[in-house]
Ligand binder design. Structure first.
Ligand SMILES: NC(=O)c1ccc[n+]([C@@H]2O[C@H](COP(=O)([O-])OP(=O)(O)OC[C@H]3O[C@@H](n4cnc5c(N)ncnc54)[C@H](O)[C@@H]3O)[C@@H](O)[C@H]2O)c1
Length: 367
């Protein structure tokens, strides 16, 4: 997709002279953000990523980028990186985090501290060096909104039942709240974005994300595993639109303000998404409705219906999400089909590769 950044005036903190630090820059969103920052012509991009959940290898990602000449990186945690006495950066885009309905499971009980500790460390660094910080939070902080519709003016809902997923949401909300208060009290230059469901090339099903799972199942001729009754409603945004929103937030976002980023026009049920995948790929797979806990165990929890009211980002950042569902599906499918077997296995995720071995074994036994 091609994008034009025509919007408003001041302030514009991200520009050609900028030295930009991207935490989690080798992740799904991170890779697309690097592409867009390179297109923007920024002076320097430094990535810090511990490669705990990067969806494709660094080599594959670097190969996908249009030009690596302004890119440097450290493969380490944020905590270690900040201890090592890093350079000065004008802008910090903070993406690194535990993420995904399955991705959070192995971190239960430590999710809040990992999110909050890293955010505080980056806030202190930003205050010390005068950097502008963009915190990538999540729509999960709303806890469901009004029948799924979530606006920045809504109250947040904390469900009665504690879960690892709730810990992720509460950790992100705690981090946001501290950042907003630091903006008020000590003038931390911070803007927050809250992405809703994102999809696109290089997303991996390993964290429990639905679209790469469906596409990989369609490619392998396995049933598309739809959780519950398939009626859960989501609004997927193209990763490229999302990254455009993050860049706009870095350029135009107001200090201490949070912006929803999600494409409301793309609302559909997960069952419908499976049908669209089958139609696009021409796969002969069928939908199979299952309880996700049979795959991920008893600690797995599904999100409520959720979709964005994104009026604030549209009017204040000039954000115009463009990628419709078909474009998201096509771009993600094209990347998956062109991927090497090793990259395809990473994108499908380990649970699906187990499902493949199981189905091949069953087939062999029944022959
Ligand atoms: N993917 C979505 O649908 C979605 C939706 C809402 C919000 N978000 C947020 O967007 C951000 C990026 O998500 P993503 O989907 O690209 O995830 P991802 O797992 O693909 O990328 C995260 C990257 O951060 C790295 N990382 C994690 N913890 C780290 C640490 N402590 N130090 C250094 N590196 C670390 C990982 O190795 C990975 O490369 C996250 O903050 C997530 O909460 C994502």
């Amino acid at each position: 997709m091609t994008k034009t950044l025509e919007r408003p005036s001041e302030p514009n903190r991200l520009g050609p002279e900028s030295r930009v630090l991207v935490t989690g820059g080798f992740g799904f969103l991170g890779g697309h953000l690097l592409e867009q920052l390179i297109d923007e012509g920024v002076a320097q991009i430094h990535v810090v990523d511990d490669l705990s959940t990067n969806p494709v290898s660094v080599e594959v990602l670097l190969d996908d980028l249009p030009d690596n000449s302004v890119l440097t990186y450290d493969i380490t945690t944020i905590a270690n990186y900040l201890k090592s006495g890093p350079d000065d950066f004008d802008v910090i885009l903070h993406l690194a985090s535990v993420v995904g309905p399955a991705g959070v499971l192995e971190h239960g009980g430590r999710i809040i501290s990992s999110i909050v500790d890293d955010t505080y460390a980056l806030a202190d660094y930003s205050l010390e060096r005068g950097s502008r910080l963009v915190d990538v939070s999540t729509s999960e902080i709303y806890g469901g909104g009004r029948d799924g519709l979530c606006s920045e003016d809504d109250s947040k809902i904390v469900p009665a039942e504690t879960s690892y997923r709730l810990e992720y949401a509460v950790g992100k909300l705690a981090a946001e709240t501290a950042l907003i208060n630091l903006n008020t009290r000590v003038d931390l230059d911070v803007t927050i974005v809250r992405p809703f469901n994102i999809a696109g090339p290089r997303q991996s099903g390993a964290g429990g994300f639905v679209l790469p799972r469906f596409l990989a199942q369609a490619r392998l001729g396995l049933p598309l595993t739809v959780f519950g009754d398939g009626e859960a409603r989501r609004a997927f945004s193209h990763v490229s639109d999302l990254c455009d929103g993050i860049i706009r937030a870095a350029k135009f976002g107001e200090g201490g303000v949070a912006y929803n980023l999600g494409n409301h026009e793309n609302v559909l049920t997960v069952g419908d998404l499976a049908d669209r995948v089958l139609a696009l790929t021409g796969s002969r797979s069928e939908k199979q409705f299952i309880d996700p806990r049979t795959i991920y165990g008893p600690d797995f929890t599904e999100a409520n219906d959720k979709f964005p009211a994104a009026g604030r980002a549209i009017s204040e950042l000039g954000w115009k999400p463009q990628g419709g569902v078909d474009e998201i599906l096509r771009d993600t499918w094209d990347y998956m089909v062109a991927a090497s077997p090793e990259t395809f296995a990473n994108l499908a995720g380990p649970k699906l590769m187990e499902q493949l071995v199981e189905s091949q074994t069953q087939e062999a036994i029944s022959r």
